[in-house]
Ligand binder design. Structure first.
Ligand SMILES: NC(=O)c1ccc[n+]([C@@H]2O[C@H](COP(=O)([O-])OP(=O)(O)OC[C@H]3O[C@@H](n4cnc5c(N)ncnc54)[C@H](OP(=O)(O)O)[C@@H]3O)[C@@H](O)[C@H]2O)c1
Length: 248
C-alpha cells in the first residue's frame, strides 16, 4: 500500500487531497498545525499528525512519526494581498518562511530515505499567479515563483536517484479558506496612497465570473503527479490555470 504525507490538511486543497487519496486506498498521513481527526472520514489508513512547516523540531517529529512514505505534498501556504509599501519585512519573511522555506525544509527532511530507496515523489503546490502577475500580490507571487524555480532545479538534481519532483499550479479557488485566512492577517489595511486603487481592484475581483479552480482539480493534479511518471514537471490545476498555462 502506498503512502502520502500532505502538509496543511485542516482545510482547502490539502484536506481534499487527503480525502481523494484515502478514497483510493492509499495510506494518508494528514498533517495540520492543530490536529483534528473529525475533518476527515474515519479510516485505519489515516493518521493525523501535528506539523508546523516553519518549526524544524515539528518537522523532525512529524517525519519520524510518519515512517516510510512514497509521496510528499508541500501544500501548506499562506496568502497576502497588499502593496509592497504596505508589507512589513516581518510579514514578507513570514510568507517566505511558510511558502518557500517550509517547502524546502520538508523536502530536505524526506530526501535521504527517498534517495536511498531510489524512489519517491515530491509535489509542491505553487500558484497560477506565477503565470500571470496580478497587482498587490508581489510578495506572495515572489514566494511561489521561488518554489517554481526551486522545484524545477531540484527535479534535475534528483533524476539520477529516481526521485520525481513536480509542481501543481492551481488557479483562484474561492471555496477554500485561503482568502479568509489571508484577510485575518491583513488588519492594517492598504497604505493611503494605494487605498482607492486597491478598492477598485478588489471590487473587480468580486464581480469576476470567469472560471475558477476547485479543490478537486488540485487533488486530481496531485494524483497525476504521484502516479504518472511521464507527466510534466508543471501541472496546471483548474480551468483558469489551464487557460493561463495554454496561453503562456
Ligand atoms: N485558494 C487559492 O486561491 C489558491 C490558489 C493558488 C494556490 N494556492 C495555494 O494552495 C495551498 C493551499 O491553499 P488553500 O487554498 O487550500 O488555503 P487554506 O484553506 O487556507 O489552506 C492552507 C493550509 O495551510 C496550512 N498552514 C498555514 N501555515 C502553516 C504552517 N506554518 N505549517 C503547516 N500548515 C500551515 C493551514 O493550516 P491552519 O488551519 O493551521 O492555518 C491550512 O491547512 C497554499 O500553498 C496556497 O498558497 C491557493
Amino acid at each position: 500500500m502506498k503512502s502520502i504525507l500532505i502538509t496543511g490538511c485542516s482545510s482547502g486543497f490539502g484536506l481534499e487531497t487527503a480525502r481523494y487519496f484515502l478514497e483510493r486506498d492509499w495510506k494518508v498521513i494528514a498533517t495540520m498545525r492543530t490536529p483534528r481527526e473529525d475533518v476527515l472520514p474515519r479510516s485505519d489508513r489515516l493518521r493525523v499528525l501535528a506539523l508546523d512547516v516553519t518549526d524544524p523540531e515539528s518537522i523532525r517529529r512529524a517525519v519520524e512519526a510518519a515512517g516510510p512514505i512514497d509521496v510528499l505534498v508541500n501544500n501548506a501556504g499562506i496568502g497576502w494581498l497588499n502593496a509592497l509599501e504596505g508589507t512589513s519585512m516581518d510579514t514578507a519573511r513570514g510568507i517566505f518562511e511558510t511558502n518557500t522555506i517550509g517547502t524546502m525544509a520538508m523536502t530536505q527532511a524526506v530526501l535521504p530515505k527517498f534517495r536511498q530507496r531510489k524512489d519517491g515523489v515530491v509535489v509542491n503546490i505553487s500558484s497560477s499567479v506565477t503565470l500571470k502577475p496580478l497587482t498587490l500580490l508581489s510578495v506572495y507571487t515572489a514566494s511561489k515563483a521561488a518554489v517554481n524555480a526551486f522545484t524545477e532545479s531540484l527535479a534535475l538534481e534528483l533524476q539520477p536517484f529516481n526521485v520525481r519532483v513536480r509542481l501543481v499550479l492551481p488557479g483562484r479557488a474561492p471555496e477554500t479558506r485561503f482568502g479568509e485566512n489571508a484577510r485575518s492577517r491583513m488588519k492594517s489595511g492598504f497604505p493611503e496612497a494605494y487605498a482607492g486603487f486597491a478598492q477598485s481592484i478588489l471590487a473587480g475581483w468580486q464581480t469576476e465570473t470567469s472560471a475558477v479552480t476547485r479543490s478537486l482539480d488540485v487533488a486530481e493534479a496531485v494524483w497525476r503527479a504521484a502516479n504518472d511518471p511521464s507527466c510534466p514537471v508543471r501541472i496546471a490545476a483548474g480551468a483558469d490555470a489551464e487557460a493561463l498555462a495554454a496561453a503562456g
